[in-house]
Design a protein around this ligand. Structure first.
Ligand code: NAD
Length: 485
């Protein structure tokens, strides 16, 4: 075992969970055992909530300009330890080192945004009648919990950590049991940056801790990022307990390719979107709607896909079960009459035979009713469907239950605008395969890709992580004069 037993992080210290139950943490790159993670009990969560409750009065009342000093330091520590964090992400998640470096760089950008929060949370004040002022100010929600998935061990936690804490909340985070190591390192960096004990706590575990978070009377708000099935469950449980909740779910992102699209650029973007992070991104393209005569672009997509080699510029999928699930989708589509143009099944990386790899896969002549067209595959697979018109393509896109991202590839601004107006998705790309809004814009999908109001990052997150306090104050305009005399 390469790393010691994973521990919870409560009140500024690493502590053992109260249970003896653990799960192995296996590297998808080569199948090696990295560590074991505890499946904590409700009592472990109670301890973390107690630590957060104790820290909240001082942290929440500290001026925001003082709080963000921690995040200025945290940002420089992320920069200092970028390579070490990237290695950890790659080992436990399976993505390439380059993708892992990009993930840490994104954490730095998210933290930069948090450092700008004092400029964004200023309140308003107005004299509404003689001697009477109304003012608004944003105050912390209290104790927030964050439940995160396996696919971005650093970035998704950093969607919420810097903003929620800079805004004066205390936090309990539950890592994915598949990738708990990166968050432990992040806890150390936050401590080194000067974050007071108890403000940030980690409780490892599985659905037991998720359900306990939703039920805990002292947790005020819950954010969740993961699959739609669990997002719905968490949203229902948390709101049932009258908590604020924002739950981000899965995705099935469509790219519409029109005949006038630039062939080389489109092919490169499509392949980068479907195969980056081995297709395990909620913003990955997994369906393409080819409108009219675009066979020359499909040919280039196949040529590009063949340059993506497992174990070199393509990382692993999270585990053997994921590999089997993805291969099953491909086989089922083939049996239903789709044509496999590039086949990533049975990928093996020499010397890493116990790793979990799927090569890039391009499937043509998929029809909208097939499972591979409707469901989230979460692997390096693109399904191509054919449409005769832009309206038909948009209707295929919009018939999907999800609504995270949608992109169009065209050189015609009117066609692009037509898609922007009609696509039922929260994040739209024009000639962009992965249309993630950069800070200060916010991240969030629509439909079954997100439950709750607002977005999880950027300016929108400020509303989620704060409450608006309104005061009405009557001053005696003569009081100062009387005192002076
Ligand atoms: P997941 O839903 O299996 O797990 C997410 C979290 O929920 C984990 O912490 C896990 O321990 C917990 N969990 C799992 N099953 C549970 C259950 N039955 N009850 C309560 N808690 C449970 O997701 P994953 O496999 O870790 O991540 C991949 C999914 O996340 C994909 O669907 C992907 O699209 C989605 N995702 C979405 C976004 C977004 O922004 N919309 C971002 C990243 C990932």
């Amino acid at each position: 075992m390469k790393y010691p037993l994973v521990q919870n992080y409560i009140n500024g210290k690493f502590v053992n969970a109260g249970t003896g139950t653990t799960l192995p943490v296996i590297s998808p790159l080569d199948g090696n055992l990295l560590s074991v993670v505890p499946l904590s009990a409700t009592a472990d969560l109670d301890q973390a909530v107690e630590a957060a409750r104790a820290a909240l009065p001082v942290w929440s009342r500290m001026p925001v300009k003082e709080r963000v000093q921690v995040f200025f330091r945290y940002k420089t520590l992320l920069e200092r330890d970028l390579q070490q964090l990237a290695s950890l992400i790659s080992e436990e998640n399976g993505k390439t080192i380059g993708e892992s470096v990009a993930e840490v760089e994104k954490c730095i950008e998210l933290t930069e945004f948090a450092c700008s929060i004092p400029q964004l949370v200023t309140g308003e004040i107005l004299e509404v009648s003689k001697g009477v002022e109304c003012r608004t100010e944003r105050v912390p929600v209290g104790i927030v919990a964050s439940i995160v998935p396996f696919n971005f061990p650093a970035m998704v936690p950093n969607w919420t950590i810097p903003n929620a804490l800079a805004l004066g909340n205390c936090m309990i985070i539950k890592p994915s049991e598949k990738v708990p190591l990166t968050l432990a390192k992040i806890a150390l960096l936050l401590k080194e940056a000067g974050l007071p004990d108890g403000v940030f706590n980690i409780v490892n575990g599985d659905h037991t801790i998720v359900n306990a978070i939703c039920a805990h009377p002292s947790i005020h708000a819950v954010t969740f990022v993961g699959s739609t099935k669990v997002a719905k469950h968490v949203y229902r449980q948390a709101t049932q307990q009258l908590k604020l909740c924002l739950a981000l779910g899965g995705a099935k992102n469509h790219l519409i390719v029109l005949p006038d699209a630039k062939a080389d650029m489109t092919a490169q973007n499509v392949v980068a979107s479907m195969s980056g992070c081995a297709g395990q991104r909620c913003m990955a393209a997994s369906a393409m709607v080819a409108v009219g005569g675009v066979d020359h672009i499909i040919q280039k997509i196949c040529d590009e896909a063949k340059k993506v080699i497992p174990g070199t510029n393509l990382g692993a999928v999270i585990n053997k079960a994921a590999q089997q699930r993805i291969e099953q989708y491909i086989t089922e589509a083939e049996q239903q009459g789709a044509k496999i143009l590039v086949d990533g099944r049975k990928a093996v990386v020499e010397g890493k035979e116990d790793g979990s790899y799927v090569g890039p896969t391009v499937i043509d002549f998929v029809t909208p009713g097939m499972a591979v067209a409707k469901e989230e595959i979460f692997g390096p697979v693109i399904c191509i469907m054919r449409a005769d018109s832009l309206d038909e393509a948009i209707s295929i896109e919009n018939s999907n239950i999800y609504g995270n991202a949608a992109s169009v590839f065209t050189q015609n601004g009117s066609y692009a605008r037509y898609v922007i107006e009609r696509a039922s998705a929260g994040m739209i790309g024009v000639n962009v395969g992965v249309p993630v809004p950069r800070e200060p814009f916010s991240f969030g999908g629509w439909n079954e890709s997100k439950f709750g109001t607002g977005d999880i990052t950027g300016r929108s997150s400020i509303e989620f992580f704060t409450k608006l306090k309104k005061s009405t104050v009557k001053w005696n305009p003569e009081a100062g004069v009387n005192w002076m005399s």
